[in-house]
Design a protein around this ligand. Sequence first.
Ligand code: ATP
Length: 253
Amino acid sequence: MELVAKEMEIRIGKKEIIKNMSIHVKKQQFVGLIGPNGCGKSTLLKSIYKSLTPHKGSVFLDEVDVLKTSEKKVSQRLGVVGQFNEMNFDLTVQQMVMLGRTPHKKMLESDNQEDFQIVEEALVRTNLIDYKNRSFLSLSGGEKQRVILARTIAQQPKFMILDEPTNHLDIRYQIEILSCVKSLNIGVLAALHDLEMAAHYCDYIYAIKNGEVYAHGTPNEVLTSETIEALYQIKCQTYINPVTKNLGFAFGL
Ligand SMILES: Nc1ncnc2c1ncn2[C@@H]1O[C@H](COP(=O)(O)OP(=O)(O)OP(=O)(O)O)[C@@H](O)[C@H]1O
């Protein structure tokens, strides 16, 4: 699916958080949002997945007018992996992942064989099969994050939004999670802090500063020393990472 968010404006109280921002994610593209803390990445994403209502703008997933469509219909297409995954009641990992099937079900419809199969596959993809019967609340932050990804995969979305999906994850799992999402071959819009990960996984990047698009283009076009210095107010030199053979970054104040 393609995502087109046009001329978005979001105010919280009197503060203008997002100012006339437009984002386009083409079919099967992995698009990154980068930018300093507080620049508006999460706010923009929340308005796209209907957790916050923008003051102006439109969001379309193909022909679906997201802002005017019910949450259930949107979540049959759109999956979200957010930053915080706190819950007050406990479920097993399998039950948590099964919740991903909810948008596809009628009220009180029970889980069928196909649902269990889809959940099993999502657990395998996220390396969680051995955790199936563990209590969700007993998991580490990184393990919880993988369960949330598994739940989103079980939702079988046609488009995915990720808000710093690799928070809490060690380097191996950062790579595994992003590779797993990439292998789904669906449109993805992801807020990412790690620039090397962004360089490696993104087909296209929007750099955000003070609620506006500061630069956009391919990783090579956007992730230049000049742009990074201007975004984060630091010194930066780019190089080719000898291990990944990709763009690498050296930082200093
Ligand atoms: N409910 C709120 N009330 C007041 N200000 C808010 C609220 N939510 C967000 N903001 C402000 O909006 C700005 C953008 O926040 P947002 O969380 O979108 O940034 P971000 O780019 O995702 O940051 P980070 O990288 O730290 O997650 C920040 O200055 C934040 O303090």
